[in-house]
Design a protein around this ligand. Structure first.
Ligand SMILES: C[S@@+](CC[C@H](N)C(=O)[O-])C[C@H]1O[C@@H](n2cnc3c(N)ncnc32)[C@H](O)[C@@H]1O
Length: 284
């Protein structure tokens, strides 16, 4: 087949076969529907050859990343020299708790068409990003990953600050007060992230490293009530905080992310307030 043949050039019968293949390979009718819609809207962007290559790569790489994710051995995936970036978008679609970074010399419009297609299907993929970089040696590739790991943390921090702490909604009227409000929230956002990350990396630390005595007492009372293991270590305490925020805590669930922690931490603060109004939580 001519490698430049566009999906939209095929007759309708062949196209239907192609979408059936995509749905089967991705284990998702939705993925096939999204790509069909993108291909119809932008007939000059999706080549048959590229679609096959991407789906076959996705089948193998997706399975590998999925298996490693289950064993909690992978947090992020990088598609270096990603071209249109469809593979990265599909990986991010399948594994929402894995951060996917697509790297190429320049961001192609096709990448945004695919992202837009996913968005139209009602999914806002917050775990895929595009980085423009010129990688010429293995060392450069390694450094690019190292830098991006740091940058990702900063982006996460801004997300916690904006969506979690909602600093945009601060009602202070003077710059000085706003400055103070932002500074306090910056520390809170940092603390929430530390909870997520330290809870994963050093779960055996004492819970008191990050939580106050009152917070620990409240979590212990909650654990007693729910018949859950007492949270003496940080890892257990953080999972309990996440649980308050909606984490299901099933065996196959990946460790909780920042959003669950900020949701849970908000609930924990309300519980702490209730406990302090009532008196010593130990007496309950
Ligand atoms: C054949 S395409 C492969 C695209 C994609 N990996 C795929 O399998 O569909 C090769 C890609 O490598 C990118 N590339 C070439 N040299 C590069 C460099 N020095 N740094 C980053 N990307 C580069 C090109 O821009 C191009 O998008």
């Amino acid at each position: 087949m001519d490698p430049n043949v566009m999906v939209q050039w095929l007759d309708s019968e062949l196209q239907e076969l192609l979408w059936a293949y995509v749905a089967e390979t991705a284990h998702s009718e939705e993925v096939a529907d999204i790509l069909r819609a993108v291909s119809q809207e932008h007939p000059d962007y999706l080549r048959v050859k590229e679609l096959f290559e991407t789906m076959e790569a996705y089948r193998r790489i997706g399975q590998e990343v999925y298996a490693r994710r289950r064993e909690r051995r992978v947090d992020s995936a990088y598609d270096l020299a990603c071209g249109h970036g469809l593979l990265g978008i599909l990986l991010a679609w399948r594994l929402r708790s894995v951060e996917v970074v697509c790297v190429d010399l320049e961001r192609r419009v096709a990448f945004d068409h695919y992202l837009e297609g996913v968005r139209r299907a009602g999914v806002e993929l917050s775990n895929v990003r595009f980085v423009e970089a010129d990688i010429t040696t293995a060392e450069q590739a390694e450094q690019c990953l190292e830098w991006y790991c740091l940058r990702w943390r900063l982006e996460d921090w801004h997300r916690v600050l904006k969506s979690g702490c909602q600093i945009d909604a601060l009602g202070d009227e003077t710059a000085e007060r706003l400055q103070r409000g932002i500074a306090i929230n910056a520390v809170i956002a940092w603390r929430i992230m530390l909870m997520t990350l330290l809870g994963r990396a050093c779960p055996e630390l004492p819970a008191g490293v990050l939580l106050s005595d009152l917070e620990i007492k409240v979590l212990q009372a909650y654990a007693r009530k729910k018949n859950i293991k007492q949270p003496t270590h940080l890892g257990d305490a953080v999972r309990l905080v996440a649980r308050l925020g909606g984490y299901l805590c099933r065996n196959h669930d990946p460790p909780p992310g920042h959003q669950l922690i900020w949701q849970g931490y908000t609930v924990l603060q309300t519980l702490c307030e209730g406990f302090s109004l009532k008196g010593d939580p130990d007496s309950s």
